[in-house]
Design a protein. Structure first.
Length: 118
């Protein structure tokens, strides 16, 4: 059974950096589109970044230029490098995956907390 596990969250100050990692067990990320979502308290879940199976990235406007999504095939992870963190980036961050043929993300991790203090 395929599972996604996020790691790398924590408490940092504004302007700091964090690197989140999403590891897959049971299969590789090959052929999958992978996304990072986040959910802040009292808010709905929002898409942060995606990377397609062809490694084409997408970023929501609020993180463009600060966050970078990438695949590490050797480690079988999809990482989210977050620079210039802001208090409004505080949220639980989730990774999710879907095969090319699917229109929704059906595989989700349990989430990792990112807290940015001002």
């Amino acid at each position: 059974q395929v599972q996604l596990v996020e790691s790398g969250g924590g408490l940092v100050q504004a302007g700091d950096s964090l690197r989140l990692s999403c590891a897959a067990s049971g299969r590789t990320f090959g052929g999958l589109s992978v996304a990072w979502f986040r959910q802040a308290p009292g808010k709905s879940r929002e898409l942060v970044a995606t990377i397609s199976w062809t490694n084409s990235p997408f970023y929501t406007a609020s993180v463009k230029g600060r966050f970078t999504i990438s695949r590490d095939n050797a480690k079988n992870t999809v990482d989210l490098q977050m620079n210039g963190l802001k208090p409004e980036d505080t949220a639980v961050y989730y990774c999710a995956a879907r095969p090319m043929s699917a229109s929704v993300y059906g595989l989700w991790g349990q989430g990792t907390q990112v807290t940015v203090s001002s």
